[in-house]
Design a protein around this ligand. Structure first.
Ligand SMILES: [Ca+2]
Length: 483
């Protein structure tokens, strides 16, 4: 009986895991989240909270994460994405030396088991980082090539141009983006492929809930097509999410990934709330274009984010603007797709792009920004309670140049309307946004809205019909009638 947004033409896709619609992710950079076992610290460990650099270690580990699962739950998250945890030589561990073992500074198989079991007991899923384009120059196979040169059994696991192998001044082997310590795997070699698929199976069999694909665009699609088959044949509920900065749709045709890291959404949100480069009309138009590019099945499985280990932090990007940061979070939690928080952003951590955004999580709660934390917790709570925010269809519109509206429609299960006003004056919401006609003819009782969350410090004069200056408003409708 409910009129839905007109369906988008979409290609055939295979199903994506249903749990993603209800997920809220929390991303952790393991060296910097929590130090739970000082016995594992490297000898040159730095005091917690010192300036992060590209090379220093702070001793974060799996026990530390296990001990702080309550914090992750308290912000409303129920899934974790861990950047690499396998044996490696750097603090970021994108230079694996052995994909089958946990880095000794983080723990071992036993502490991974403890962590995974504790997470699962609390209803938290765990996704690991599949860094299969390249390894570290300390990887045992690459060491064998260094030692035995063209006689190495593994010489064709890499792409070496001539001998002897040299790293300087320019590597004479293929690398990731010219970085000498990241030799690129020869993914056309069947032995390499078997090694990589064995890695994928190994950790799935240990119980993880999915893989995030690192720089997947540097490897051919055939490799990832079979990767998906290997993983999904073990459990179709496993999540495969591709790192992608601009062109999500190539991964989302049903044969490669379930979703991508939605940096395109991030660009639009921050353009509107942080940079002022995108007004509400452009935001709405571009969000609609992005939405239409993503096949229906992939929409709830998109990993929406405002920041990560590869960007500046949310508060820093907003030039310390707390109110504007809150608007960005409102848009994140209102959008279709699973929201992801990058550790520490929820308590107002600051940091420029890598290495600045990889600082130590402060565990002294007096250092936390409780206004941001409370707002994020509120948004997560509303999303958990309101089906439409998790599972509704999405339509985005501009109310004025400064006010954007995201409408989510779950038919019989209700609707939600999030209004975000970045401007300096309050705005009365016109009737066509409250009765749904601005969103493609959806019919709603304009008086049927209830305020679920309001970032304004003072209550609005007419509740639900005015969105305050620099504030966000989340309205929900439990039921409605057709006009
Ligand atoms: Ca430690």
């Amino acid at each position: 009986m409910t009129h839905m947004i007109s369906p988008q033409p979409t290609p055939e896709t295979s199903a994506t895991p249903d749990w993603l619609a209800d997920a809220i992710f929390y991303q952790i950079f393991p060296d910097r989240f929590a130090n739970g076992d000082h016995a594992l610290d490297p000898s040159d460990v730095e005091p917690w909270g010192n300036e992060p650099t590209a090379h220093n270690f702070f001793g974060g580990d799996l026990k530390g994460i296990t001990e702080h699962l309550d914090h992750i739950i308290s912000v409303g998250a129920n899934a974790i994405y861990l950047t690499p945890i396998f044996q490696a030589d750097t603090n970021h561990r994108y230079d694996a030396t052995d994909y089958f073992s946990i880095d000794r500074r983080l723990g071992d198989d036993g502490s991974f088991r403890t962590f995974l079991d504790a997470a699962h007991e609390r209803g938290i899923r765990v996704v690991l980082d599949a860094v299969l384009n390249h390894c570290g120059d300390g990887h045992w196979a690459f060491r064998d090539v260094i030692e035995n040169q063209e006689r190495s059994r593994y010489v064709n696991w890499f792409s070496v141009e001539d001998f002897p192998v040299r790293a300087h001044p320019t590597p004479n082997y293929r690398t990731c983006s010219g970085c000498y310590y990241l030799p690129k795997w020869n993914a056309y070699n069947p032995e390499v492929r078997e090694h990589h698929y064995a890695v994928a199976r190994h950790w799935v069999e240990k119980g993880i809930d999915g893989w995030r694909l690192d720089v997947p665009y540097f490897i051919n699609h055939n490799f990832w097509r079979r990767f998906r088959q290997e993983v999904k044949s073990l459990d179709p509920d496993l999540y495969i999410v591709a790192e992608e900065w601009r062109e999500p749709e190539q991964w989302l045709q049903g044969d490669l990934a379930d979703g991508t890291m939605n940096y395109s959404l991030r660009d639009l949100v921050l353009g509107f709330t942080a940079d002022g480069t995108v007004d509400a009309s452009s935001y709405a138009a571009s969000m609609t274009v992005l939405h239409d590019r993503i096949p229906t099945a992939a929409r709830p499985a998109m990993l929406n984010l405002l920041g990560s280990h590869d960007t500046e932090r949310v508060l820093t990007r907003h030039r310390e603007g707390i109110a504007q940061s809150k608007l960005a979070y409102a848009l994140l939690f209102a959008s279709q797709g699973t929201p992801m928080l990058y550790y520490g952003d929820e308590v107002g951590m600051r940091g420029e792009n890598d290495p600045g955004s990889r600082g130590c999580m402060p565990w002294d709660e007096t250092q936390w920004n409780t206004e941001i934390l409370g707002w994020v917790q509120g948004l997560a709570s509303v999303r958990r309670r309101v089906v439409a925010l998790r599972r509704g269809t999405q339509a985005v519109a501009a109310v004025t140049d400064d006010v954007a509206a995201i409408f989510r429609d779950a038919g019989e299960q209700g609707a939600a309307l999030t209004l975000v006003n970045r401007g300096a004056t309050q705005v009365a919401v016109p009737r066509e946004f409250l009765d749904g006609s601005a969103f493609g003819g959806v019919a709603i009782d304009p008086a049927g809205w209830v305020v679920a969350l309001d970032s304004a410090t003072a209550p609005n004069a007419a509740v639900g019909t005015v969105v305050g200056a620099g504030s966000a408003l989340v309205l929900v409708a439990a039921g409605r009638e057709l006009e």
